[in-house]
Design a binder for this molecule. Sequence first.
Ligand code: FAD
Length: 541
Amino acid sequence: MGQTQTKYDAVVVGGGHNGLTAAAYLARAGLSTLVLERREIVGGCCVTEEIAPGCRCSTTSYIASMLRPEVIQDLNLAAHGLRMVPCDPAIQVPFPDGHVVPWWAERARAKEEFARISPKDAETFVRVDDQLKKLARYLQPFFLEPPPEIDIGSMTGWADLFKLGSRFRGISSEEIAQLVAFLTGSLGEFLDHNYESEKIKTLFLANNVYGKHGGPYQPGTAIGLLFHLLSGGEHELQGFYGHVMGGMGSITQALASSGKKLGVEIRTAAPVARIDLRNGRAIGVTLEDGTEVRARVVLSNADPKRTFLGMLNEKDLPSEFVHAIRGIKMDGPCAKVNFVLSEEPRFTGTDKTATPLERTFFTLVPSLEFAERCYDIAKFGDVPEELWVDCVISSNADDSLAPAGKHILTCFVQYVPYRLREGNWDEKRELLGDRVVKKIAEYAPNVPNSIMARQVLTPLDLERTYGLTEGNIFHGDLRLEQLFFMRPVAGWSQYRSPIDGLYLCGAGAHPGGGVTGAPGHNAAHQVLRDWKKGRFKDAAS
Ligand SMILES: Cc1cc2nc3c(=O)[nH]c(=O)nc-3n(C[C@H](O)[C@H](O)[C@H](O)COP(=O)(O)OP(=O)(O)OC[C@H]3O[C@@H](n4cnc5c(N)ncnc54)[C@H](O)[C@@H]3O)c2cc1C
């Protein structure tokens, strides 16, 4: 039999990094705040977990690139144990001919490396890098605020439009054309148009369509070039890529610790069954065990489908809203395979003088054509024989992750289907693991015989274990029609929902997925603005 417990100012459904971020900001403003997480641990898909005795791994997300510097500073995450080391090379691609091409973090060094392959491409790299960084700076301010509501029938709509326009003050018509091209064009066509070397094109491919639906020649894939040049890390570096000491879970542990210090209460193993309403407004939640928790405002860190279709009754929402939420493209196209190894992978062609940190990151994708074919196969529901595998030997960046003599290899697998044409993922899990091992062995032949433990996370496992609907790592694909004022759906991009007192604070809201803390930060600030207006005074008593 359920029981009603203390009433809070705010309850946050889900303790992913965005839920924790939102909770910490709310508590900092003085709101009594409770986080309810369905798993035994907080972190969502930003966690470090033991995959074999004494061996810890960033089981899901594995590189910190866009965590907002403002969040790191506001919540004092360094004092709560967060430490990041830049990935250098930021990315590195070994090719089947034994040539390993690093993309060094320092631009002059990167240019020098590229010039060995194509002096013309090295020059182009600098020109394009300048252009992209400049364009990314126009987008940067939108990251930490609600998108405009495009509604010319209201004063706020006009004010939002005016503000939007003023952000682009000084932009030239040429830059507008470039911006539109990056937002709508295909990565493949952009690279073919600008570069001559297949290797250099592949290097740029390697870090720009992660987790996205669509091969590199699909319109809308060039957007990744801009997203990855938004600043990140403690020091606001454009294009920052970082290894997190202690694994990605150190981010969420630091957020939880900072939140607790500010007064946040966190309960794990507390799955929320439904969001409760009275007279059309949110008054709290009921847990699966029947416990009722009352709050003036409810924030959901779960994805939009899980929140609105899973925790509410459809009849309580406008039918057109339900229709729009159902239409969000999820269908996660990736998987993760984690290993404990008895020896470090030896990638053929690696420079003999490379330091352990320089031997950490290897992306196995030989060409754009390979990637496009891989997507085509996955798109029709099959598991490609030849996979795109991103390998990070995280114990080379942080040897505390495994006992001496053991190594952690974490692999992101791009382009597998959520919906299989034949069979199911429980039957095909080990097939996926075997194909990943086969691919790695082509580049690092010592890996198959050094495997001590293997964890395969299919899109279905991402859904079951981490609560990601359809295994989508971003709570909704990052495509133009699902971004900005159209995220999660048009008309509801400012974190509010058709239910009074219910807000979305996770990656399904603007600006989207990735470990950024931005949706959590923005949602909390929206709640606080509404709080100050007295919107929740009469709520749930
Ligand atoms: C395999 C993989 C690799 C990735 N790699 C990277 C990377 O390298 N770099 C990067 O920046 N991003 C990466 N991402 C994406 C990034 O991790 C996510 O987009 C981001 O962490 C989402 O954060 P969130 O807090 O919004 O949601 P989540 O992390 O999904 O958190 C939502 C939380 O809500 C909880 N929840 C859901 N329903 C309920 C309920 N009913 N009751 C209580 N709790 C509930 C869930 O258990 C979960 O803890 C990756 C993701 C995956 C899965």
